[in-house]
Ligand binder design. Structure first.
Ligand SMILES: Nc1ncnc2c1ncn2[C@@H]1O[C@H](COP(=O)(O)OP(=O)(O)OP(=O)(O)O)[C@@H](O)[C@H]1O
Length: 801
């Protein structure tokens, strides 16, 4: 590059024209100086260049920052624009809410219409009311009712519509407010945007001015550069680079301008969009107004239609009303004739109504007084009942005492005789002739004609052959009652085989004996006392055969049972394993007896067709508990059908029959011993000498009550056995068990004694020798004389006692 400069010759080509040395020296100095100056100038320029470069760099940075800021602002504006577009869309969609306004307007119109309808109906109603009173059945009244209904309905509808209208008003108001808000915001953002644009334009202008200024500056630099180029290629190169850089920066500025233009373009576009949106909103609003106008027109048309319809209906109603009025006139005439009757009826009805109104009060009053009277009566009855109950209890106690006193006075051991009728088994002829007679004045005396000589016996009572089972039972039932009171009772039937023991104790199905009647009586007594006492009745059936005790209700009747003392130390006896059946009805009793019968041992003898050879015992236990006091009682009723007491010699028994008879005689003798010991109040009573007495111990001792039924045959051939039985009975009768005292009154002792001895039929077993002792102070009975005589005679044949 050749840069021409003033004074350039000095530096061009480097050739010297051959000046003399003196002139060359100052020139060199000058050159050195100028070189130095140039050097300085160069340094200064370099510094300026660097400063410019720094400035350029800074400006570049500034421009980049500005550009970034501008870009950010553009982005921001874009976002805002998008937001506004969205807002406008939303508003547009919300403006779809013009439907609401439509709806609201419709409702208002409807409401107005309803209000007018209502007014009209009210006017009609007023008119109807002003008319004369209608007949209840006529059309007019129906119409009136319909109108009233319609009016009510319209009122309800109006109210509903009013409510809905208010809601819609509120909603429209809210939406209008929001629209205004949005419009306000839109305006604000437009103003902001304009401001921003203004600001950006200003800055752009500033930047352009700065660039122009900068462009205007480089002239001296160029000069300097040219100057420097002469001196330094390096400086030249740096200048080139700077220029290139400057070029680049200018390009950059151009690009920025381009971007700015684009942004301005975008801004214009968005402004256009805004304008379009505004135009659309305007259009919508105008459409809205048009629709509103159309709607009003339609409503007007509808209103007219409705008025027309109402007028037509009114005209029809008038015609109908006319007809109704005519009918009404007829009805009124009828009404006038009916009114007096109606008045009478009304009066009657009012009177009845008054009565009906007063009736509950009268009824209540009557009921109250009746209730009070009934309550008083109940109270009186209750107190009477209580008094009666108290008296009843006292009477019961008294009865019990009297009963016991009666039994005590009668004697704790009572002996009753019963003579059976003559049966076909007795046969015919003189042997079957009657040998027994009775005293018509005294039912306790029996006369026996034995071998042509009369013998008399006095017992507690004697039943002749014609006496019934009931007669006999009546005599014993007092004892049975005392068993309920907790006493032990023993009733046993004694007599020769065939004398009627079983008949008296068991009886027949048609004519039951003491056993069944006793249980029936117990049931009825227990029933009577059921309100105060709880009773349980159990039965056991046992037999003593050959001194072996067997349970006739047990599963194994052959098993021999033992009699033992109760382990509780009460001194009571009991039989372990002896079955007890609880009975509550006659059916239960019959079942028990039947079962007992099947197990009982019976054998034939030549004395009777069939005869029991064992003692049969029915043991009834009555356990009671007093509800009020908790007192417990236990009474035992022993009903014993003893084995036949005939003499062994007469029956002609041998072998096992003889053994049976001996056992029977032994046990009957033991019974006699026990009774004798009790009578003579001996310290020791030999209860244990036989199973029978041992088992009956608690029913023979203490305050127990005993009844012996002595069964006798009336016929001549049995007079010896009858005599023995009656003697036994008389002896038993003379024994006392309780505190009372009874003594045998011996009427014809010598004759009897003679008879017995003379007949040689009375045999006394060695075990039954001591009936009485004179040392006890008891009166010497007839039996003791017999014993004495027997001992003297030395006869040892066994007799029952
Ligand atoms: N009072 C009476 N009335 C009618 N018949 C009776 C009467 N007493 C007994 N008999 C009859 O006499 C017969 C013998 O009586 P029953 O069998 O009762 O005698 P018994 O003493 O029990 O004899 P055994 O010791 O053998 O059992 C029976 O046919 C019975 O019907």
């Amino acid at each position: 590059m050749n840069v021409e400069k003033p004074g350039g010759r000095l530096f061009g080509g480097g050739k010297c024209s051959g000046l003399p040395g003196a002139r060359q020296l100052p020139m060199i100095q000058k050159m050195v100086e100028s070189m130095a100056q140039l050097q300085e100038e160069k340094g200064r320029l370099q510094e300026q260049l660097m400063a410019l470069q720094r400035k350029l760099t800074l400006r570049e940075n500034d421009q980049q920052t500005v550009s970034t800021q501008l870009q950010a602002q553009v982005e921001n504006l874009k976002d805002k624009l998008i937001g506004q577009v969205q807002e406008v869309n939303r508003l547009r969609s919300e403006l779809g809410g013009t439907d609401l306004e439509k709806h609201r307007d419709l409702l208002m119109v409807e409401n107005e219409r309803l209000r007018q309808d209502m007014k009209r109906c009210e006017a009609e109603l007023q008119e109807l009311r002003a008319r004369p009173p209608p007949c209840p059945d006529c059309e007019h009244s129906k119409e009136s009712a319909q109108l009233r209904e319609k009016l009510a309905q319209l009122q309800v509808e109006t109210e509903e519509n009013k409510g809905r209208l208010a809601e819609l008003d509120l909603e429209v108001q809210q939406k209008t407010n929001r629209l205004a808000e949005v419009e306000l915001r839109l305006k604000d953002s437009l103003a902001e945007k304009a401001e921003e644009e203004e600001r950006l334009s200003r800055r752009l202008r500033d930047s352009q001015e700065t660039i122009a200024t900068l462009k205007a500056q480089p002239q001296p630099i160029k000069y300097i550069i040219k100057t420097v180029e002469v001196d330094s290629s390096k400086t030249k190169q740096a200048l080139c680079e700077t220029q290139a850089r400057n070029q680049y920066l200018q390009e950059q500025v151009g690009m920025q301008r381009q971007v700015l233009k684009e942004m301005e373009q975008q801004l214009q576009n968005s402004q256009q969009t805004m304008a379009q949106l505004k135009a659309q909103i305007m259009m919508y609003e105008s459409e809205l107004e048009r629709a509103h106008g159309q709607m009003l027109e339609e409503m007007q048309t509808m209103e007219e239609d409705k008025n027309r319809a109402i007028e037509e209906a009114f005209a029809r109603a008038q015609v109908e009303m006319k007809a109704v009025h005519e009918n009404l006139a007829g009805v009124r005439t009828n009404l006038l004739t009916l009114q007096p009757a109606l008045r009478t009826l009304t009066n009657d009805y009012n009177g009845l109504k008054r009565q009906v109104r007063d009736f509950p009060l009268l009824l209540q009053e009557a009921l109250r007084s009746a209730r009070a009277e009934i309550g008083q009566a109940i109270e009186e009855v209750n107190s009477t009942n209580r008094e009666l109950l108290r008296k009843y209890r006292r009477e019961l106690q008294l009865r019990k005492k009297c009963h016991n006193e009666l039994v005590r006075l009668k004697g704790n051991i009572r002996v009753i005789g019963r003579v059976r009728p003559v049966t076909k088994e007795d046969g015919d002829g003189p042997e079957a002739s009657n040998a027994v007679t009775f005293d018509s004045d005294d039912d306790a005396v029996i006369h026996l004609l034995h071998k042509g000589k009369p013998v008399s016996f006095e017992l507690d009572k004697v039943f002749p052959p014609h006496a019934t089972q009931q007669d006999v039972f009546q005599e014993v039932q007092a004892l049975i009652t005392s068993c309920i009171d907790g006493y032990n009772v023993c009733i046993f039937a004694y007599g020769q085989t065939g004398a009627g023991k079983t008949y008296t104790m068991e009886g027949t199905i048609e004519n039951p004996g003491i056993n069944q009647r006793a249980l029936q009586l117990l049931f009825s007594e227990v029933q009577e006392k059921a309100s105060d006492w709880e009773y349980t009745i159990t039965v056991s059936v046992a037999e003593i055969y050959n001194e072996a005790l067997r349970d006739l209700l047990g599963k194994e009747p052959q098993e021999k049972l033992e009699i033992k003392l109760c382990p509780d130390g009460s001194g009571q006896l009991y039989v372990p394993g002896l079955t007890e059946f609880k009975v509550q009805s006659v059916e239960d009793i019959n079942r028990v007896f039947e079962f007992g019968h099947t197990n009982r041992t019976t054998e034939f003898t030549n004395l009777n067709e069939h005869s029991s050879r064992s003692h049969a015992l029915l043991i009834i236990t009555v356990r009671g508990t007093d509800y009020s006091t908790g007192l417990r009682t236990t009474g035992k009723l022993n009903l014993v059908d003893l084995a036949g007491s005939e003499r062994v010699g007469k029956s002609g028994a041998e072998g096992s029959r003889l053994r049976e008879a001996q056992y029977i005689n032994k046990s009957l003798s033991a019974l006699g011993d026990v009774i004798s010991a009790l009578r003579s109040r001996q310290g020791h009573v030999p209860f244990r000498n036989s199973k029978l007495t041992y088992l009956l111990q608690d029913s023979l001792s203490g305050d127990s009550k005993t009844l012996m039924l002595v069964q006798v045959s009336p016929v001549e051939k049995n007079t010896s056995e009858t005599l023995c039985s009656l003697k036994f009975a008389e002896r038993v009768r003379s024994v006392e068990l309780g505190p009372g005292s009874r003594r045998a009154e011996l009427m014809s002792w010598s004759s009897q004694e003679h008879l017995e001895f003379d007949g040689g039929s009375v045999q006394t077993p060695s075990s039954a020798r001591s009936y009485s002792s004179s040392s006890t102070g008891a009166p010497i009975s007839r039996s003791s004389s017999i014993r004495r005589k027997l001992q003297t005679s030395g006869k040892t044949k066994p007799v029952p006692v």
